[in-house]
Design a protein around this ligand. Structure first.
Ligand code: NDP
Length: 247
């Protein structure tokens, strides 16, 4: 394994499960010192820590003060912050007509406002160092219309627009901000997708299977690496061709 992130500090939000966990493990294998957040699942977080040596921190996406304190602590401990991966996210699907406004707000606050809080906190040490990479995990729901996901789609579509605008703000200081858009990836989140919808989509996915978290993690690591040193404000779609083809 290439240890190209040796001596670098990485923060991954929502690293206790799914895609975030694979991202944590990928950076740890490549030599980085990795810190990751989780919300409630302390057992899962402890397993990830034990497995790869990354450090787990309970930090809700909605708590701005805790996010600021976490970034400060990480920088105090390691003296730097090289990479931030905004991965933590939730769904709360329903038709808009039936959606309690609270569910709209919770999804937006976790997925969009949470990422904004992290970017704001992380960009301070990155600006001082004049170096850094931020990768925001969006979704195909932010690109194409998916029924029952108005709240999630709004959060992820806005996250993509936010990525480009922040890239314009920070790019001149050698901080690269990019996004990864996963399609259907095998995690706890996609396990909740109804069987009929899963089957319909698998028929349209070119390799006829859902993706694995590691197949997203490797793209995230690429964007954070020096191999992507000239990539600013871009979106890479990792969806088995789902949104590229007409079926
Ligand atoms: P999972 O549900 O498997 O994991 C979610 C992670 O986010 C967990 O680590 C969870 O912590 C953490 N988290 C959830 N809510 C909060 C919160 N309020 N504060 C802090 N951490 C929180 O999700 P996936 O791995 O499937 O998804 C990861 C990202 O990828 C999300 O942004 C999602 O929208 C996106 N995505 C996923 C797709 C898929 O098919 N799986 C497709 C497209 C995009 P805890 O374990 O403590 O609950």
């Amino acid at each position: 394994m290439n240890r190209d992130f040796e001596n670098q500090t990485v923060i991954v939000t929502g690293g206790s499960r799914g895609i975030g966990r694979a991202v944590v493990e990928c950076f740890a294998q490549r030599g980085a010192r990795v810190f990751f957040t989780y919300h409630q699942n302390a057992d899962a977080a402890a397993q990830v820590s034990t497995g790869c040596g990354a450090e787990a921190i309970a930090c809700p996406q909605t708590d701005g003060a805790a996010i600021e304190a976490t970034v400060e602590q990480v920088v105090k401990t390691t003296g730097r912050l090289d990479v931030l991966v905004n991965n933590a996210g939730i769904t709360s699907d329903n038709f808009l007509m039936l959606m309690p406004h609270e569910d709209w707000q919770r999804v937006l606050d976790t997925n969009l406002n949470g990422a904004c809080r992290w970017c704001k906190a992380a960009s301070r040490p990155m600006l001082s160092a004049r170096r850094g990479s931020i990768i925001n995990i969006a979704s195909i729901s932010g690109l194409v219309g998916v029924m029952g996901q108005t709240n999630y789609a709004a959060s992820k579509g806005a996250l993509l627009a936010f990525t480009r605008a922040l890239a314009a703000e920070l790019g001149g200081r050698n901080i690269r901000v990019n996004a990864v858009v996963p399609g259907f990836i095998e995690t706890d989140m996609s396990a909740r997708v109804p069987r009929q919808i899963k089957q319909r989509n698998i028929e349209r996915i070119l390799p006829k299977r859902f993706g694995q978290p590691a197949e997203v993690a490797s793209v995230v690591a690429f964007l954070a690496s020096d191999a992507a040193s000239y990539i600013f404000g871009q979106t890479i779609i990792v969806d088995g061709g789902l949104t590229a083809t007409a079926g």
